[in-house]
Write a protein that binds this ligand. Structure first.
Ligand code: UDP
Ligand code: MG
Length: 325
């Protein structure tokens, strides 16, 4: 492996990131220069996820100025996971390994050097893991940690504190791309690939500029997707809850009969009303959960494209650019 030159592509999804891209490019090109000394050629691959600011024209300018910079523009915002997927799909035929990283430099780019070390030692997947969240806001830290705990409790196996900062070799990416689902939760899917996995840790930095593109509502939606795309444990929980209600209702029958035969008149109305509402609410919740899974099945069977390509820049032309129209 050491003799021949290896090729690395760094995939960076960008949504309204014009404030950070210049600095990101400077930092990543610095990493690329150091990798060059180790016989690893590097390209930066920016995926413009339907940004509404000047992100795409900036990517084009960067790509014109640096031959290492490639760009792919999606026609409409597809979401972080789908933009990343687009990058993997397009880059896989140009790379021996792919690193994915966020545009905002919260994940220390120098860690890529360690990821490459693990790759050279034979790992197929190298996960970047944050071991220090002290620069995040208290709220972000608590919600993020709650997220991992809840995911584990709900049966989704994740690398703790690993987001989408990772290195994958070409064969790992190809294996991932064979997953047919449309509801993407990459950090869970990647874990299931097996192969030889390694971990590198780093401290998480504050966002360099611009706002987080993951407000609480998107984070909750993401967590919900993570649970319902990966586990049927919530459905089982409701089966358990349903059985518990049946047991309770048996007890209520026994109690009601006992009261009846002891000759006391029953007020009745209150307890009836309460239980009707209670059971009704439980049934509605359970139906909602089932509906969520049915909805997932619906969106999977439609087999819609995960993203729509608009155009590319800076890349060597290849046959797979067919869906540009
Ligand atoms: N992102 C994207 N599409 C979206 C939302 C976000 O490509 O619809 C990108 C964004 O540009 C960034 C990465 O996903 O590179 C992570 O987003 P962000 O940093 O806002 O999330 P946070 O770090 O706050 O969780
Ligand atoms: Mg960020």
């Amino acid at each position: 492996m050491e003799q021949t030159k290896q090729h690395l592509v760094i995939v960076v999804p960008c949504y309204n990131e014009e404030a950070v891209l210049e600095e990101t490019t400077r930092r990543l090109l610095g990493v690329a220069a150091r990798l060059e000394e180790r016989q690893v050629g590097t390209h930066l691959f920016y995926i413009d996820d339907g940004s509404r600011d000047g992100t795409w024209s900036l990517i084009r300018r960067l790509s014109a100025a640096h031959s290492e910079v490639w760009g792919l523009k999606l026609a409409v915002n597809a979401g972080h996971q789908h933009a990343l997927w687009a990058g993997l799909e397009v880059a896989v035929s140009h790379a021996d390994a792919i690193v994915s990283i966020d545009a905002d430099l919260q994940d220390d780019p120098d860690v890529i050097l360690q990821m490459v070390d693990h790759w050279m030692e034979g790992a197929d997947l190298v996960f970047g893991v944050r071991d220090d969240r002290s620069t995040d806001t208290w709220f972000k830290r608590v919600t993020a940690q709650g997220f991992y705990r809840m995911m584990r409790a709900m049966g989704t196996d994740l690398v703790y504190n690993h987001a989408d900062y990772r290195l994958m070799t070409r064969r790992a990416v190809r294996a991932l791309l064979a997953f047919p689902e449309r509801n993407l939760f990459l950090r869970g899917m990647v874990k299931q690939l097996g192969f030889r996995q390694a971990v590198v840790t780093y401290a998480r930095q504050p966002r360099m500029a611009g706002e987080s593109k993951y407000p609480l509502s998107k984070m909750l939606a993401f967590a919900w997707d993570g649970i319902t795309s990966f586990s049927v444990r919530p459905l089982r929980l409701f089966i358990g809850l349903g059985l518990a209600f049946i047991l309770v209702s048996f007890a209520v029958i026994v109690w009601a009969l006992a009261v009846h035969f002891s000759g006391h008149s029953m007020p009745g109305w209150t307890s009836l009303l309460v239980s009707v509402w209670f059971i009704g609410g439980a049934i509605l919740t359970a139906l909602g959960v089932i509906g969520e899974y049915v909805g997932k099945i619906y969106s999977e069977v439609k087999r819609r494209p995960r993203y729509i390509e608009d155009c590319r820049c800076g890349m060597p032309s290849d046959a797979s650019a067919a869906n540009t129209h």
